[in-house]
Design a binder for this molecule. Sequence first.
Ligand code: PRP
Ligand code: URA
Length: 216
Amino acid sequence: MIERVKEFPSLIIIRHPLVQHKLTILRDQRTQTKHFKELVDEIATLMAYEATSELSIEEREVDTPLEKTRGWHISGKKLTLVPILRAGLGMVEGILRLVPSARVGHIGLYRDHGTLQPVDYYFKVPGETAERDFFILDPMLATGGSAVAAVSALKKAGAERIRFLCLVAAPEGVRRLSEAHPDVQIYAAALDRQLNSSGYILPGLGDAGDRLFGTR
Ligand code: PRP
Ligand code: URA
């Protein structure tokens, strides 16, 4: 169950009841770290089901215990997950449960609290970038600075097919990412109202990294 928003053609909102139910618990300030981590993991799995729906498949022969038949397997471009550190790490295992053969790269970025500009500190992705389908993972798309920087870094490394998966998006971030990279499909569990003056999403869920790792 998905929703499209006229203003943002690159955005797909995943309206599945389970996703929305879990997201509401995630937003609750009383939800503690252990539960928060479990929910991010579960929502990532549910979102991945939708985000993988357009991966190309090809026919292949299989021997059942009784006879040969034909089936399907995901073809060609290998799926590669790229969490943006730190908070994106919370989404990795939930997707690997569905696609255990996926490779995992990492992009290290943090948002400077004063300027809100992304500061990069790490980049490592598997080779043969042009052959892969990349899923960038980050629970929060706020100003969009981190997302734009992550996509640009992946493209610079040769990536051609990139999707961006987040839990909560702000209109400002969706606009910025889709203007900078109109080819990148964005999947979100919610499109929230706006950013506050400190660049936090309203209503949002607070600081995703801190809530995931219990650092505040
Ligand atoms: C958060 C979040 C995104 C970024 C979004 O990370 O996980 O990466 O902010 O903000 P933006 O869209 O305005 O760039 P943060 O910088 O807090 O780092 P952390 O994951 O290490 O806590
Ligand atoms: N990063 C977060 O973790 N939360 C926000 O609301 C915005 C950026």
